[in-house]
Design a protein around this ligand. Sequence first.
Ligand SMILES: *Cc1c(COP(=O)(O)O)cnc(C)c1O
Length: 402
Amino acid sequence: MRRVYFDHSATTPIDTAVVDAMTPYLTEYFGNPSSFHSYGREVRKAVEAAREKVALAIGADPKEITFTSGGTESDNMAIHGVAYMNKNKGNHIITSAVEHHAVLNTVKALGKEGFDITILPVDKYGMVNPDDVAAAITDKTILITIMHANNEIGTIQPVKEIAAIAKARGVYVHTDAVQSFGKIPLNVDDLGVNLLTLSAHKFYGPKGVGVLYIRKGTRWKQTLMHGGSQERLRRTGTENVPGIIGLAKAAEIVSANLQKEQDYLTKLRDKLIKGVMDNIDKVILTGHPTQRLCNLASFCFEYIEGESQLLSLDMKGIAASSGSACTSGSLEPSHVLMALGLTHEIAHGSLRLSLGKDNTEEDVDYFLEVLPAVVQRLRMMSPLAEDVPEMEEFMEGVRCGV
Ligand SMILES: *Cc1c(COP(=O)(O)O)cnc(C)c1O
């Protein structure tokens, strides 16, 4: 059976060139980068070269790059580090309703500790309005954390405008750029953010390694873990050397190929969106029609239960998602889809298809070939479908054994 992987927002396959770059650091170069001897020094050199590559990829200074265990840790570190270090100035933090849980739950946890939290709404496309950000800022605001691009619906946020507003008011900005890096040009000075999160396994690197960019001069402090003085006291613990080498290699590759991949994926995505919208009725595209990631197509199908749809597609070899990997398996509809103003019923019929560089037009054709029958079968089985006139007709036929 044909297998199609359309879940690159959850994770990407690791690039073979990345594996090749990592292998010597899993075998020959095993030294601890903090060691004084030659074994340590050669590994230290490689880690620092990796830091330079990552810095170059996002327009930062190598000293502003801290390696972490991934996107979740970077988000936690960014938010906690600013919150605790700037308590004397204020206790107000602004975020949006569509953030990844690594941000949203961190901010909410700070809310329980006495920080004052504002969760901004989004429009029907999932976009934060910079005017809302401006209106929410008070004398007590110390941090605004708004993601660069959404992992469920692909909407790209006006982070640059938000950062300009924040800067004028002396407020720090963090952005979770886990989904955008490698898909849209990303430069920390152009964006104007103080802190930024990356995760290697979302751009063809290994799992369990990420980056926290912290702009020079930002009042920020590592507060989560106590230990040795690695990463200039920003992230204690022996570095994940093979992971760091792999992350840097992956960053280098996606940066070099950005324009090419963007053009390619946009074409595939648009074919996919058009194919779905033209051939299936009672379906909506979720997320912004144009300000969206080049690799992400997300929909809500009326009278469909998302989980059953994933199962049916999986049986046909197609790997998709109903939202974020973290939401799957829970009965709660996605907080992102709810923030768009969709009803529970419609949000439950969500489908996210996230493409990657190895997908082909044939993959899209295969999906479009399989989908109509899947949708039709599930709608026939849906108790909600009885309310739909044309479905009712269809059901009559079924009951009579036609
Ligand atoms: C995947 C993801 C994360 C979490 O990154 P991990 O490295 O898996 O911890 C955070 N934010 C966004 C937007 C993501 O898509």
